[in-house]
Design a protein around this ligand. Sequence first.
Ligand code: URP
Ligand code: ZN
Ligand code: ZN
Length: 466
Amino acid sequence: MSIRTLIRGGLVVTAADELHADVLIEDGRVAALAAHGSAAAEVWTADRTIDASGKYVIPGGVDAHTHMELPFGGTAASDTFETGTRAAAWGGTTTIVDFAVQSVGHALREGLDTWYDKADGNCAIDYAFHMILSDVNEGTLKEMDLLVGEGVTSFKLFMAYPGVFYSDDGQILRAMQRASGNGGLIMMHAENGIAIDVLVEQALARGETDPRHHGEVRKVLLEAEATHRAIQLARVAGSPLYVVHVSAEEAVAELAAARDKGLPVFGETCPQYLFLSTDNLAEPDFQGAKYVCSTPLRPREHQAALWRGLRTNDLQVVSTDHCPFCFRGQKELGRGDFSKIPNGLPGVENRMDLLHQAVLDGHISRRRWIEIACASPARMFGLYPQKGTIAPGSDADIVLYDPHAEQVISAETHHMNVDYSAYEGKRITGRVDTVLSRGELVIDRREFTGRAGHGVYIPRSTCQYL
Ligand code: URP
Ligand code: ZN
Ligand code: ZN
């Protein structure tokens, strides 16, 4: 039986508007909004009324870049779909788009089916998939068309990680040509991995084995060069391009120059590049390993360009690239050789809070917070307006956010299955209070009331910016 829920008295914030409004939910969807206190809202009746006074009522976050259970770096990301989606809900995210992986020599179908199986029945919130293309060939190019048809409409390629996920320029061009025909969006890990591997070898030969050298060999210029090359290849192929986890000022400049030419080029950054830096990579006693990810953390000076890019819309999305590895037993695989530290950071639970803090710190406006964390990722990946907004007909994925609550981020209190926090001790004003996913309470006044299996697979349409 469907429950009619009324959320009363909050400030509804979407990417477009802020209004004191009541929200009526029926059959898991938003049925109507009306100004708080208006005659229309006053006559609404419901089975359940949630008092949102003093709180923001915002769309559930859409995290378009996660890696639950990813096998990588000789181990596997420590969050399962169950633990990772539960943690996401705690942090106000109600949809993730995770990366299914094609292994070299295997079909896309096989990789995608493996990811369907991993997620099925285990998720607390809704999920969708991108596909990682590790082996571009005649067979997998044809399969791309089929995947677009079943709602997997974006494909990640890597200019980094030779021997693992790496594609050469010819393979990249072919995949882009295919995407330009089938409506798919190519997502690019833009770092020159061939050159980086030379620098890694040379650094290790000099005895430079500490985590901080990870940041030194993965040079800004090699991110900028790869970003430039990816843009030119996309131009030649006539395909759109989305560059993931942008961290360097010079890479943002490449994106901005392309967008100034009117090219369909998009960029994403992540909280770790906005809030952390090479100072963290240089932490003593191998603690810097906690911050090893690729692209790497950059010197603090790059952060201003990332914030500017988010304000000017040269960067459109903030995702987490959530790819957690425990310090003990996983990050430690790289003691004595930074190149063996599994690459990735936890963060799916922290994104909405960190970006709210950025509102308070004056980096972005409140509506831009919702745009880069909810609406734009939904539009970019064909989920809008089902996800990413609060409007009649949208899924009732709604967060009641307390903008005045104080919290200190810590591994002691987080819900991600990882033994450290990248933001340990950081003070945040603002906290998720209540979360609904398709009208069901997943977090109720800071108590988890959701369940594994509530979350369902959401097939996506193609990019809605094209
Ligand atoms: O360090 C990272 N980013 N790990 C996850 C894999 C990727 O490249 O996104
Ligand atoms: Zn990547
Ligand atoms: Zn990633």
